[in-house]
Ligand binder design. Sequence first.
Ligand code: ZN
Length: 284
Amino acid sequence: MEYGMEERKIRVLVAKPGLDGHDRGALVIAQGLKDAGMEVIYTGLRQTPEQIVAAAIQEDVDCIGLSSLSGAHLELFPEVVRLLREQGADDVLVIGGGVIPQEDIPVLKEAGIAAVFTPGTSIQETVEFIRKNVRRHESDSQAPAGPVEPPEQIDHIGIAVSSIREALPFYTEQLGMRLIHEEEIADQQVRAAFLAVGESTVELLEPTSSDSPIAKFLAKRGPGIHHIAYRVRDVAARLERARKSGYALIDEAPRPGGHGKLIAFVHPKSTGGVLTEFCQRISE
Ligand code: ZN
C-alpha cells in the first residue's frame, strides 16, 4: 500500500520499561512497523512508565508498544495504562510483547493492555492489530478533500440467522421475496441466501462453523441485522477516504465478496454501531 506524504501515518512509541538490557526484539518490531508504513519512535532501554507516558504524549502517538523480558510486566504495563488515563490520554492504544507467561495475559488485558504478542507472533499480525485498533485523535483527522457522491443504493442488508431454512419462509412466503441465489463463502465460514427486493437484496447469513464471524455475532447479539452494504462505484476510493478521515477499517483493502462483488467493511465502533460495507459490483 502506498502512503502519500499528505497522510498522517500511524505513530507508535516502542518502549522498554524495566531493567533488562536486551532490546533486539523491540528493535525488530520497531523495524517491522516502520516497514509497514508507520512512524516509530523508540525510547531506548530502561524507561520508567512516567518517561514512557511523557514521551507518548509529547510525540502524540496513536499506540504504545511495550516490550519486556524482565518479568516486571505485571507492574510496569498496567502502570503505563494508569498514567495515560490520569493524563487524559487513554485513547492511546497500548499493546505488549516479550517473554510473557500465558497466565499473565488475561491479567494484562484486564488492566487495559489491548493485546499481548508473544515471541511466536508475526509482525504482520501486530501491524494488522494496530491498524484495526488505533483510534485517531479527532483533531488529527484530515478532512477528506472535496464532496463525495452518495452511494448508488443500498446494495444489501445482511441478516444473521441460525438457520437459513428456518428464516426463509418469512421472506419468501410472507413478504413474497424471490430467493435468487445461495452460496457458501468459504473464507467467511458462512452460507448466504440472497433475496431480491427491487434492485437490492437481503442476505441471510448462516454460520458454517462455530468460529465464523457470524457465529460470534449470533452468540453475542442473537439473530438480527448484521450489516448494511452500500453500493458504490469505487470501493478502494471509499476506503481511502474513510481511512484518511480516521474511521476504523476492518478491511485495509477491497476484497472479493460473494456473488461477483468487491467489498470492504468499516468497523461499527466508528460508525455509530452499524457494521458498514462498501460494495462494488464487478460482475453480474
Ligand atoms: Zn454484505
